[in-house]
Design a binder for this molecule. Structure first.
Ligand code: ATP
Length: 349
């Protein structure tokens, strides 16, 4: 698989200069990570993230996102390659990197026995925030993550969303210029997720560079200036969300069909050989088929007529611009994870 160079806004113009000052916070060259059992989790990643950017690392389960973020946060040593974070070398200057980053792991690291305020104070001590600064920092962070009104409540009674917000606050006590967020909203319901998004956006607006990993395409679309898609340990696409959508090529015609698999297969064959669409991508969906083509808007109704002539019953159709889901499907051949089930998701505040 080819290895595109993810060279930031300077080469592809996707990140406005106004959000960066031209400096680089993450600079990775030829990163490889092989676990002791021989699993090659990261296989030659090159990337640069400029200061101030909201950068997203997207990919299915097992793509190598957590492994990469652990290397950048100096929790794991690279097998080979060069990794500079905030100008420091991940192998020889790990302690300097740790002083200048915040890291929010997939599992929250807050102490449920402590109150919200105590958790943040504890983090202040752990990160060496001076005594004189602590009171102000605690109040500021409680406000920022909207937990001031439950400052004296123990974290054990908090919802999943509140725990995540508190965890994020503890990762920020030392005011790091760069924050790593590893799938921060997995398992949260949409309302709790939205509140976290607002909060991440706020810290990015204040100048913090954010490196986010996520399986949720809507999250990447809403938040990120730029994305890289990771698959089997390699970057297979990169660009702004809009760039990636443009790469899909054209618009998407979703067609709902009566009947089952046999009808869908016939419809797919007709769409694949439909001359007016030129180079189209046809996929089966739960309801029927989806056709992506530069000429979907122009000739969509002609295809519907062709399906009717073949005695297939179209029960509905829609022509739309591509989403990141379509990008993900085109690149990885997999449908992205869906939204969490509202019955099993954590309850938001
Ligand atoms: P997820 O979304 O599931 O967290 P991911 O994109 O973060 O996935 P990683 O957790 O980095 O992916 O895993 C990449 C590959 O490395 C997978 O094949 C995984 O099974 C493997 N892997 C992860 N940790 C270890 C380990 N400690 N030892 C061996 N293999 C590992």
């Amino acid at each position: 698989m080819s290895q595109p160079d993810v060279e930031g806004h300077r080469s592809n113009g996707t990140t406005p200069d106004s959000v960066t000052n031209g400096r680089t916070t993450i600079d990775v060259d030829g990163l490889e990570v092989v676990y002791s059992d021989g699993t090659a989790a990261v296989q030659g990643v090159d990337m640069t993230v400029p200061e101030g950017e909201f950068f997203g690392f997207l990919g299915p389960n097992g793509a190598g996102k957590t492994t990469s973020i652990k290397v950048f946060a100096t929790l794991l040593s690279p097998t080979s390659g060069e990794v500079l974070v905030n100008g420091f070398d991940a192998r020889s200057e790990a302690h300097k990197i740790r002083e200048t980053i915040g890291y929010m792991a997939q599992e929250t690291s807050i102490d449920p026995e402590l109150t919200a305020e105590e958790n943040i104070r504890f983090a202040c001590e752990a990160y060496g925030v001076s005594r004189g600064d602590r009171d102000g920092r605690v109040d500021e962070l409680l406000d920022l993550v909207d937990l001031a009104d439950v400052a004296d409540k123990r974290a054990e009674g908090f919802s999943g969303g509140m725990k995540k917000r508190l965890d994020a606050a503890t990762a920020l006590v030392h005011q790091p210029p760069l924050v790593f967020l590893d799938e921060p909203t997995t398992g949260l319901d949409p309302k709790a997720r939205n509140r976290l998004w607002e909060y991440f956006q706020r810290i990015n607006d204040l100048g913090t560079t954010i490196f986010l990993t996520t399986q949720y395409l809507e999250e990447a679309d809403q938040l990120c200036d730029r994305l890289a898609v990771l698959l089997d340990g390699q970057i297979v696409a990169d660009g702004s969300p809009d760039d990636l959508k443009r790469q899909v090529g054209g618009d998407v015609l979703d067609i709902e069909l009566e009947g089952g698999g046999a009808e869908r297969e016939r419809a797919m064959t007709i769409a694949q050989t439909f001359d007016a669409f030129g180079d189209a991508t046809v996929t089966e969906t739960d309801e029927g088929v989806s056709v992506t083509s530069e000429r979907a808007r122009q000739h969509g109704t002609d295809l519907l007529v062709a399906l009717r002539d073949a005695e297939l019953t179209v029960t509905g159709f829609n022509i739309r611009a591509p989403t990141l889901d379509d990008v993900f499907l085109a690149i990885t051949g997999e449908k992205p994870d869906s939204e969490p089930d509202s019955n099993t998701a954590e309850v938001s505040q």
